[in-house]
Design a protein around this ligand. Structure first.
Ligand code: PMP
Length: 423
């Protein structure tokens, strides 16, 4: 299949550059915590479509809702009942959400948030953070340095985007600073006084490590945004509906003006949302800023979102309890496996989303720390796990679903133990 693909698909794959050596995984089907490849091999899956399958693949509630909606019409480009129900539920679940608009994918929701922030404030610049990924659209494209995607040996730290001599959207209107450092934000806001429309971040960094911000950091940035009249945007496309029913903002107790959601909100279908304070979101209603899309509020995707959010909301104690319990058990098992094998592996993050790093550092607190981790060894770990039927995000990110069972966790720890001993 890969040889055929290369004849007709540029690079042989439909997303960004291939992240691991060898032939990419060709999936035949998926169910619960597992996928099966076209050769009949099965894998315990901790990629979950890069996060969406938070209830597991083919969660029965989601499948039933999708099948029902397909019979009623696949695409309307008209208003319908489900979008209202999803909007109502989202606004109930997410602390900062007073009004919402839907799109199809995460990059689009971020684009909408930045455009809205610029229209609302009348300012052009956006402040973002090293290593934070906000999609592949131009306004924030350079959030992830391309070198980071290569699994090759790293003698030097990866050049930091936005640092002197490095490519950066700062050519235009993006200011890039170090994360987890209130003073860096203060300095940038003072330097660009009156020019910054919004500060955008992953409130828990999940694209270059899995990093919970230092205590007081989000509050510090919140205060600075208020002082400088800049909007605070949380990109919750990974953390939303994953780390808590109301995302990182609920878990960490700091409120943004705008937030973006995607991935886990629809159990695998493509939906994203831009939500936030009514006073800001009203700018869209006023028509002062465009917000469009043929597939916005797509009925089948909304049916999936409605089913997913209903389960996560109404069974919140069970579902989030499970995500944390299973994730934490797995994290502890992986730490023990590394100790036994005598391998320096750091396991950090939260139960529902965590990261394995190969490093002698005691903690990874920002992109620069992440860039110093050994990604060649991470690539070997990834490959060794894949050979033993475990699928993780190649850079070492693990995403949990409520479909992962005790037996899955045991089997995964066993496979990791073997892999680490072999390494
Ligand atoms: N923001 C974050 C935090 C993400 O992790 C991603 C996707 N990995 C995006 C935005 C972009 O979302 P999409 O790929 O659906 O466009």
């Amino acid at each position: 299949l890969f040889e055929s693909a290369k004849q007709v698909i540029a690079g042989g794959v439909s997303s960004d550059a291939r992240r691991s050596p060898g032939v990419p995984l060709y999936v035949d089907h998926a169910s619960g915590s597992r996928l099966w490849d076209v050769d009949g091999n099965s894998y315990l899956d901790y990629v979950l479509g890069q996060g969406p399958a938070v209830l597991g693949h083919c969660a029965p509630e989601v499948v039933a809702a999708v099948v029902d909606q397909v019979g009623r019409g696949i695409s309307y480009a008209a208003q319908h009942r489900l979008e209202v129900e999803v909007a109502e539920r989202l606004c109930r679940m997410v602390p900062s959400a007073e009004l919402v608009r839907f799109n199809s994918v995460g990059s689009e929701a971020v684009h909408g948030a930045l455009r809205l922030a610029r229209a609302f404030t009348g300012r052009a610049k956006v402040l973002k953070f090293e290593g934070h990924y906000h999609g592949w659209f131009d306004p924030v494209l350079y959030s992830l340095h391309p070198d980071l995607e290569q699994a090759g040996p790293v003698e030097e730290p990866v050049p930091v985007p936005g640092s002197p001599g490095q490519p950066s959207s700062a050519e235009g209107d993006v200011v890039v600073v170090t994360w987890n450092d209130v003073e860096a934000v203060r300095a940038a806001l003072e330097k660009h006084r009156g020019e910054i429309a919004a500060v955008i971040m992953e409130p828990i960094l999940c694209n270059t490590g899995a990093i919970v911000p230092l205590p007081g950091y989000l509050e510090g940035v919140r205060d600075l945004c208020d002082e400088h009249g800049a909007l605070l945007i949380f990109d919750e496309i990974i953390t939303g509906f994953r780390v808590a029913p109301g995302g990182a903002q609920e878990r960490l107790g700091a409120l943004p003006d705008l937030a973006t959601f995607g991935k886990a909100m629809a159990g695998g279908m493509q939906v994203s949302a831009l939500a936030g304070r009514a006073s800001v979101m009203e700018t869209i209603a006023s028509g002062r800023v465009a917000h469009a899309g043929t597939f916005n509020s797509h009925p089948v995707a909304m049916a999936a979102a409605n089913a997913t959010l209903t389960v996560l909301d109404e069974e919140r104690d069970d579902r989030y309890g499970l995500l944390y319990r299973q994730g934490e058990r797995l994290m502890e098992g992986l730490r023990e496996a590394a100790r036994q094998a005598g391998v320096q592996m750091l396991v950090d993050g939260l139960g529902p989303v965590f990261q394995t790093y190969f490093t002698s550092q005691e903690s990874v607190r920002d992109y620069r720390d992440f860039a110093r981790t050994d990604r060649q060894t991470a690539a070997r770990f990834h490959a060794g796990l894949q050979d033993r039927g475990i699928n993780i995000v190649p850079r070492g990110l693990w995403l949990m679903s409520t479909a992962h069972t005790d037996a899955d966790i045991e089997a995964t720890i066993q496979a990791a133990t073997e892999t680490l001993h072999a390494m």
